[in-house]
Design a protein around this ligand. Structure first.
Ligand code: XMP
Length: 323
């Protein structure tokens, strides 16, 4: 009979047996799945696990700190943080095409992650044999049910490593649905901000800036996004909406008036959606007073933003994200 306690107990025993005295690596994305998978494996094998968090500089306000501080405090996990903001921003310089951005972010992510893996192996030796992944049941069904190994090509600039490293996969969430994963995470003592987090795309804010991505624009969007999230939470709406992307139209300016005179600033788009599975979505009918509060605060508190607009497009035809 299904209880989160049973699931945890079973998985812990299974992982211990699978790993033995070897070591494992787990990438943390800031999302629910990787966090819960890591916490489960940590419970099973403790310091035989090393987590890697790549800070690509495209996270929302406070999210990196959540992983670095709150997640580590809650689990005691051994964490390697790679600060790769400069590298990502340099790679994204001058790029405004959405697909190009996604490709660059994905490519850099793999490079940085593999480099971190190679460093861990150099430190900890060849007994690093396992890679933890937060694969859920719906992912298993979608991809035809296969499991097994991951082939990681090591880089030429890391000496003494084999050309091809083969990891065995640990996938402790393979039998679970999202809501069950959240329950397991809660039972494991993870902070609500992580366990109840709404979906957030891997490429992060990089695909929520229409136009070129740079530090200044990211900081601006982080402020606007933090205000929107704060007010939605304060209004008790987190469970009613699927997610609410906040988008900066960095290549658009419009005229406004504020304080002493004319402004010429950027619009911020609010994209609150309701959905079951993100395949289709409807725009959320948020209360006007909440929208008003968000709009007033963003235009007052975020420099260079003088307009807030609401996206009232369903999916299809609009996607949830703008890029
Ligand atoms: P779209 O924009 O396609 O988004 O309607 C559907 C859902 O997927 C999320 N999304 C992503 N998640 N990596 C992710 O992990 C991505 O590259 C990515 N792109 C979109 C989006 O936030 C929404 O929940």
């Amino acid at each position: 009979d299904w209880t989160t306690g049973n699931v945890i107990e079973e998985q812990v025993a299974h992982i211990r047996e699978q790993v033995g005295d070897k070591r494992a690596i787990c990438g943390l994305s800031g999302g629910v799945d990787s966090a819960v998978a890591a916490a489960l494996v940590q419970k099973a094998i403790g310091t035989q696990l090393t987590c890697v968090y790549v800070d690509h500089g495209l996270m929302r306000k406070g999210e990196t700190e959540q992983v670095e501080k709150d997640f580590v405090a809650a689990t005691g996990v051994q964490l390697k943080v790679v600060d790769a903001e400069d590298r990502f921003l340099t790679a994204l310089k001058g790029v405004s095409d959405p697909e190009e951005k996604r490709k660059i972010i994905g490519r850099e992510f793999i490079r940085v992650f593999e480099q971190a893996q190679a460093e861990i192996i150099a430190d900890e030796g060849p007994e690093v044999a396992f890679l933890v992944q937060g694969t859920l049941y719906p992912d298993v069904v979608e991809s035809g049910g296969g499991t097994g190994t991951a082939n990681i090509k090591s880089h030429h600039n890391v000496g003494g490593l084999p050309e091809d490293l083969e990891f065995q996969l640990i996938e402790p969430l393979r039998q679970l649905f999202k809501d069950e994963v959240r329950m397991v995470g809660q039972e494991l003592g993870l902070p609500d901000e992580i366990v109840q987090r709404q979906p957030f795309p891997g490429p992060g804010l990089g695909i929520r800036i229409v136009g070129e991505v740079n530090k200044e624009r990211l900081d601006l969007l982080r402020e606007a996004d933090a205000i929107a999230r704060e007010e939605l939470t304060a209004a008790g709406l987190d469970r009613d909406i699927w997610q609410c992307p906040v988008v900066l139209l960095a290549d658009v300016r419009s005229v406004g008036v504020q304080g002493d005179g004319r402004t010429y600033g950027h619009p911020i788009v609010l994209r609150p959606v309701s959905s079951e599975d993100a395949m289709t979505a409807d725009w959320s009918r948020l209360p006007y007073d909440v929208l008003a509060k968000i709009s007033t605060r963003i235009t007052n508190e975020v420099a260079d933003v003088n307009r807030v607009v609401l996206d009232v497009t369903s999916k299809p035809p609009g996607t949830i994200e703008w890029e």
